[in-house]
Write a protein that binds this ligand. Structure first.
Ligand code: NDP
Ligand code: 8X3
Length: 252
Protein backbone atom coordinates (compact mmCIF):
# COMPACT_ATOMS: atom_id res chain seq x y z
CA UNK A 1 0.00 0.00 0.00
CA UNK A 2 1.23 3.51 -0.75
CA UNK A 3 -0.35 6.95 -0.86
CA UNK A 4 0.35 10.55 0.08
CA UNK A 5 1.49 11.60 3.55
CA UNK A 6 1.68 15.14 4.96
CA UNK A 7 4.48 15.28 7.55
CA UNK A 8 4.87 18.32 9.77
CA UNK A 9 8.42 18.90 10.99
CA UNK A 10 10.22 16.98 8.24
CA UNK A 11 13.47 18.98 8.58
CA UNK A 12 14.91 16.89 11.42
CA UNK A 13 14.56 13.88 13.68
CA UNK A 14 11.48 11.67 13.53
CA UNK A 15 9.83 13.73 10.76
CA UNK A 16 12.85 13.55 8.44
CA UNK A 17 13.31 9.83 9.10
CA UNK A 18 9.62 9.25 8.39
CA UNK A 19 9.83 11.20 5.12
CA UNK A 20 12.65 8.88 4.03
CA UNK A 21 10.84 5.75 5.27
CA UNK A 22 7.57 6.47 3.46
CA UNK A 23 9.29 7.75 0.30
CA UNK A 24 11.39 4.57 0.14
CA UNK A 25 8.15 2.57 0.10
CA UNK A 26 6.77 4.58 -2.82
CA UNK A 27 4.71 7.15 -0.93
CA UNK A 28 4.47 10.81 -1.95
CA UNK A 29 5.48 13.06 0.93
CA UNK A 30 4.63 16.68 1.71
CA UNK A 31 7.33 17.75 4.16
CA UNK A 32 6.94 20.92 6.21
CA UNK A 33 9.15 22.94 8.54
CA UNK A 34 10.63 26.40 8.94
CA UNK A 35 14.11 25.55 7.61
CA UNK A 36 13.81 25.93 3.85
CA UNK A 37 17.35 24.70 3.07
CA UNK A 38 16.72 21.41 4.88
CA UNK A 39 13.47 20.84 3.01
CA UNK A 40 15.17 21.61 -0.30
CA UNK A 41 17.99 19.18 0.53
CA UNK A 42 15.40 16.50 1.34
CA UNK A 43 13.61 17.18 -1.96
CA UNK A 44 16.92 16.83 -3.84
CA UNK A 45 17.69 13.60 -1.99
CA UNK A 46 14.28 11.97 -2.49
CA UNK A 47 13.33 13.58 -5.79
CA UNK A 48 10.72 16.30 -6.43
CA UNK A 49 8.14 13.74 -7.54
CA UNK A 50 8.48 12.05 -4.13
CA UNK A 51 8.93 15.03 -1.73
CA UNK A 52 7.04 18.32 -1.96
CA UNK A 53 8.71 20.86 0.35
CA UNK A 54 6.43 23.30 2.17
CA UNK A 55 8.01 26.02 4.28
CA UNK A 56 5.56 26.54 7.13
CA UNK A 57 5.66 27.83 10.68
CA UNK A 58 3.16 25.83 12.73
CA UNK A 59 2.37 28.95 14.75
CA UNK A 60 1.00 30.72 11.67
CA UNK A 61 -2.55 29.37 11.49
CA UNK A 62 -3.50 31.46 8.44
CA UNK A 63 -0.47 30.21 6.52
CA UNK A 64 -1.40 26.61 7.34
CA UNK A 65 -4.84 27.00 5.75
CA UNK A 66 -3.40 28.70 2.67
CA UNK A 67 -0.64 26.09 2.28
CA UNK A 68 -3.10 23.21 2.39
CA UNK A 69 -5.47 24.96 -0.03
CA UNK A 70 -2.57 25.54 -2.42
CA UNK A 71 -1.19 22.00 -2.53
CA UNK A 72 -0.23 21.04 -6.11
CA UNK A 73 -2.56 18.53 -7.77
CA UNK A 74 0.02 15.72 -7.60
CA UNK A 75 0.16 16.04 -3.80
CA UNK A 76 -3.43 17.14 -3.08
CA UNK A 77 -5.00 13.77 -2.24
CA UNK A 78 -3.63 13.38 1.27
CA UNK A 79 -4.18 9.96 2.84
CA UNK A 80 -2.21 10.34 6.05
CA UNK A 81 -1.35 13.30 8.27
CA UNK A 82 1.66 12.83 10.53
CA UNK A 83 1.41 15.55 13.17
CA UNK A 84 5.05 15.46 14.23
CA UNK A 85 6.33 19.06 14.46
CA UNK A 86 6.91 19.97 18.06
CA UNK A 87 9.34 21.05 20.72
CA UNK A 88 9.81 21.41 24.45
CA UNK A 89 10.78 24.50 26.44
CA UNK A 90 13.77 24.45 28.82
CA UNK A 91 13.24 22.45 32.02
CA UNK A 92 12.86 25.31 34.49
CA UNK A 93 10.12 24.75 37.06
CA UNK A 94 7.02 26.82 36.36
CA UNK A 95 7.82 29.41 39.03
CA UNK A 96 10.91 30.32 36.97
CA UNK A 97 9.74 29.50 33.45
CA UNK A 98 9.87 32.01 30.60
CA UNK A 99 6.27 32.61 29.50
CA UNK A 100 7.26 33.36 25.90
CA UNK A 101 9.05 29.99 25.60
CA UNK A 102 5.97 28.27 27.01
CA UNK A 103 3.74 30.07 24.56
CA UNK A 104 5.89 29.03 21.60
CA UNK A 105 5.50 25.41 22.64
CA UNK A 106 1.75 25.65 23.22
CA UNK A 107 1.23 27.46 19.89
CA UNK A 108 3.29 24.85 18.01
CA UNK A 109 2.32 21.62 19.76
CA UNK A 110 -1.36 22.41 20.27
CA UNK A 111 -2.72 25.26 18.13
CA UNK A 112 -0.67 24.41 15.05
CA UNK A 113 -1.53 20.73 15.34
CA UNK A 114 -5.24 21.48 15.63
CA UNK A 115 -5.10 23.91 12.68
CA UNK A 116 -3.31 21.55 10.30
CA UNK A 117 -5.62 18.70 11.31
CA UNK A 118 -8.69 20.85 10.66
CA UNK A 119 -7.33 21.96 7.29
CA UNK A 120 -6.57 18.42 6.09
CA UNK A 121 -9.44 16.39 7.58
CA UNK A 122 -11.87 16.86 4.64
CA UNK A 123 -9.25 15.39 2.28
CA UNK A 124 -8.32 12.58 4.68
CA UNK A 125 -11.99 11.66 5.14
CA UNK A 126 -12.40 11.44 1.35
CA UNK A 127 -9.46 9.02 1.24
CA UNK A 128 -10.52 7.05 4.36
CA UNK A 129 -7.01 7.80 5.60
CA UNK A 130 -5.33 8.28 8.96
CA UNK A 131 -4.09 10.87 11.42
CA UNK A 132 -0.96 9.96 13.38
CA UNK A 133 -0.19 12.29 16.28
CA UNK A 134 3.15 12.49 18.11
CA UNK A 135 2.38 12.67 21.81
CA UNK A 136 4.93 11.46 24.38
CA UNK A 137 5.37 9.37 27.50
CA UNK A 138 5.43 12.81 29.13
CA UNK A 139 1.64 12.88 28.64
CA UNK A 140 1.31 10.14 31.25
CA UNK A 141 4.38 10.23 33.52
CA UNK A 142 5.13 13.57 35.23
CA UNK A 143 8.67 14.86 35.73
CA UNK A 144 10.10 18.04 37.21
CA UNK A 145 10.35 20.81 34.63
CA UNK A 146 7.98 19.11 32.22
CA UNK A 147 4.69 20.88 32.99
CA UNK A 148 4.11 22.80 29.77
CA UNK A 149 5.59 20.20 27.43
CA UNK A 150 3.78 17.35 29.15
CA UNK A 151 0.58 19.38 29.18
CA UNK A 152 0.76 19.84 25.43
CA UNK A 153 1.40 16.14 24.90
CA UNK A 154 -1.50 15.19 27.20
CA UNK A 155 -3.61 17.43 24.98
CA UNK A 156 -2.37 15.58 21.89
CA UNK A 157 -3.23 12.22 23.43
CA UNK A 158 -6.75 13.27 24.43
CA UNK A 159 -7.30 15.15 21.15
CA UNK A 160 -6.46 11.92 19.34
CA UNK A 161 -8.91 9.82 21.35
CA UNK A 162 -11.70 12.35 20.93
CA UNK A 163 -10.91 12.78 17.23
CA UNK A 164 -11.56 9.06 16.88
CA UNK A 165 -15.11 9.74 18.05
CA UNK A 166 -15.53 12.51 15.47
CA UNK A 167 -14.22 10.17 12.78
CA UNK A 168 -16.71 7.46 13.72
CA UNK A 169 -18.22 6.01 10.55
CA UNK A 170 -15.76 7.72 8.20
CA UNK A 171 -13.19 4.92 8.09
CA UNK A 172 -10.49 7.37 9.20
CA UNK A 173 -8.00 5.99 11.73
CA UNK A 174 -6.40 8.02 14.52
CA UNK A 175 -3.41 7.09 16.66
CA UNK A 176 -1.58 8.77 19.53
CA UNK A 177 2.10 7.74 19.41
CA UNK A 178 3.77 8.15 22.80
CA UNK A 179 7.55 7.67 22.73
CA UNK A 180 10.15 8.00 25.45
CA UNK A 181 13.72 9.05 24.73
CA UNK A 182 14.72 9.19 21.08
CA UNK A 183 17.99 10.87 20.15
CA UNK A 184 17.15 13.63 17.67
CA UNK A 185 17.58 17.41 17.80
CA UNK A 186 14.87 17.48 20.50
CA UNK A 187 17.21 18.03 23.46
CA UNK A 188 19.45 20.43 21.53
CA UNK A 189 16.35 22.56 20.92
CA UNK A 190 15.12 22.15 24.50
CA UNK A 191 18.47 23.34 25.91
CA UNK A 192 18.71 26.31 23.54
CA UNK A 193 21.38 24.72 21.32
CA UNK A 194 23.53 22.96 23.93
CA UNK A 195 24.87 19.96 21.99
CA UNK A 196 27.04 18.89 24.94
CA UNK A 197 23.98 18.74 27.21
CA UNK A 198 22.17 16.66 24.62
CA UNK A 199 25.14 14.31 24.25
CA UNK A 200 25.33 13.97 28.06
CA UNK A 201 21.63 13.07 28.32
CA UNK A 202 21.95 10.22 25.83
CA UNK A 203 25.42 9.10 26.96
CA UNK A 204 25.94 5.46 27.98
CA UNK A 205 22.35 4.42 27.35
CA UNK A 206 20.64 3.21 24.21
CA UNK A 207 18.02 5.77 23.22
CA UNK A 208 15.54 5.02 20.48
CA UNK A 209 16.45 6.42 17.08
CA UNK A 210 14.38 8.48 14.68
CA UNK A 211 14.42 5.43 12.38
CA UNK A 212 12.90 3.27 15.15
CA UNK A 213 9.98 5.68 15.32
CA UNK A 214 9.72 6.00 11.53
CA UNK A 215 9.45 2.21 11.25
CA UNK A 216 6.68 2.17 13.88
CA UNK A 217 4.80 4.99 12.16
CA UNK A 218 5.08 3.22 8.82
CA UNK A 219 3.78 0.00 10.39
CA UNK A 220 0.78 1.81 11.88
CA UNK A 221 -0.02 3.59 8.60
CA UNK A 222 0.06 0.38 6.59
CA UNK A 223 -1.98 -1.87 8.87
CA UNK A 224 -5.12 -3.38 7.33
CA UNK A 225 -7.78 -0.63 7.16
CA UNK A 226 -10.08 -2.29 9.71
CA UNK A 227 -7.46 -1.98 12.50
CA UNK A 228 -6.94 1.10 14.66
CA UNK A 229 -4.08 1.50 17.14
CA UNK A 230 -5.59 4.00 19.59
CA UNK A 231 -2.42 4.70 21.57
CA UNK A 232 1.04 3.21 21.48
CA UNK A 233 3.74 3.83 24.07
CA UNK A 234 7.40 3.05 23.31
CA UNK A 235 10.56 3.43 25.36
CA UNK A 236 14.17 2.41 25.06
CA UNK A 237 14.89 -0.53 27.35
CA UNK A 238 17.36 1.63 29.25
CA UNK A 239 14.69 4.17 30.26
CA UNK A 240 12.06 3.28 32.86
CA UNK A 241 10.13 4.83 35.76
CA UNK A 242 11.12 6.48 39.04
CA UNK A 243 8.97 6.87 42.13
CA UNK A 244 7.29 9.80 43.84
CA UNK A 245 9.48 12.47 45.42
CA UNK A 246 9.01 13.30 49.10
CA UNK A 247 9.89 16.64 50.70
CA UNK A 248 10.87 15.93 54.33
CA UNK A 249 10.90 18.33 57.27
CA UNK A 250 8.65 20.82 55.47
CA UNK A 251 7.09 23.44 57.75
CA UNK A 252 3.27 23.04 57.81
P1 NDP B 1 13.51 17.48 16.37
O1 NDP B 1 13.86 18.72 17.13
O2 NDP B 1 14.62 16.65 15.82
O3 NDP B 1 12.50 17.85 15.18
C1 NDP B 1 11.42 18.72 15.43
C2 NDP B 1 10.74 19.11 14.12
O4 NDP B 1 9.65 19.99 14.45
C3 NDP B 1 11.68 19.87 13.19
O5 NDP B 1 11.48 19.40 11.87
C4 NDP B 1 11.21 21.31 13.31
O6 NDP B 1 11.34 22.01 12.08
C5 NDP B 1 9.71 21.13 13.62
N1 NDP B 1 9.18 22.33 14.27
C6 NDP B 1 9.41 22.78 15.52
N2 NDP B 1 8.81 23.97 15.70
C7 NDP B 1 8.17 24.27 14.54
C8 NDP B 1 7.37 25.36 14.09
N3 NDP B 1 7.10 26.43 14.87
N4 NDP B 1 6.90 25.33 12.82
C9 NDP B 1 7.17 24.29 12.01
N5 NDP B 1 7.91 23.23 12.36
C10 NDP B 1 8.40 23.22 13.62
O7 NDP B 1 12.61 16.62 17.38
P2 NDP B 1 11.97 15.15 17.28
O8 NDP B 1 12.08 14.60 15.92
O9 NDP B 1 12.47 14.37 18.41
O10 NDP B 1 10.46 15.51 17.62
C11 NDP B 1 9.36 15.23 16.77
C12 NDP B 1 8.12 15.06 17.64
O11 NDP B 1 8.27 13.93 18.47
C13 NDP B 1 7.82 16.25 18.55
O12 NDP B 1 6.44 16.50 18.56
C14 NDP B 1 8.28 15.74 19.92
O13 NDP B 1 7.59 16.36 20.97
C15 NDP B 1 7.94 14.28 19.79
N6 NDP B 1 8.65 13.41 20.72
C16 NDP B 1 10.02 13.35 20.70
C17 NDP B 1 10.68 12.52 21.59
C18 NDP B 1 12.16 12.44 21.67
O14 NDP B 1 12.68 11.90 22.69
N7 NDP B 1 12.91 12.92 20.68
C19 NDP B 1 9.94 11.66 22.52
C20 NDP B 1 8.52 11.83 22.46
C21 NDP B 1 7.91 12.65 21.57
P3 NDP B 1 11.97 23.50 11.93
O15 NDP B 1 12.83 23.76 13.11
O16 NDP B 1 12.71 23.45 10.62
O17 NDP B 1 10.76 24.38 11.86
C1 8X3 C 1 10.07 13.51 25.35
C2 8X3 C 1 10.18 12.17 25.98
O1 8X3 C 1 11.32 10.76 27.73
O2 8X3 C 1 12.64 12.52 26.67
O3 8X3 C 1 8.86 13.58 24.69
O4 8X3 C 1 10.88 13.11 28.25
S1 8X3 C 1 11.32 12.15 27.23
Amino acid sequence: MSGTIFITGATAGIGAASARRFAAAGWKVIGTGRRRERLEALASELGPERLHPLVLDMRDVDAIGAAVAGLPAAFADVDVLLNNAGLAPPMEPQQEADLEASRQVIDTNITGLVAVTRALLPRIIKRKGAVLNLSSVAATYPYRGGAVYAGTKAFVRQFSLDLRCDMHGTGVRVTSIEPGMAETEFTIVRTGGDKAASDALYANMNPMTADDLADTLFWIATLPPHLNINTIELMPVSQSFAGFQIARNEQP
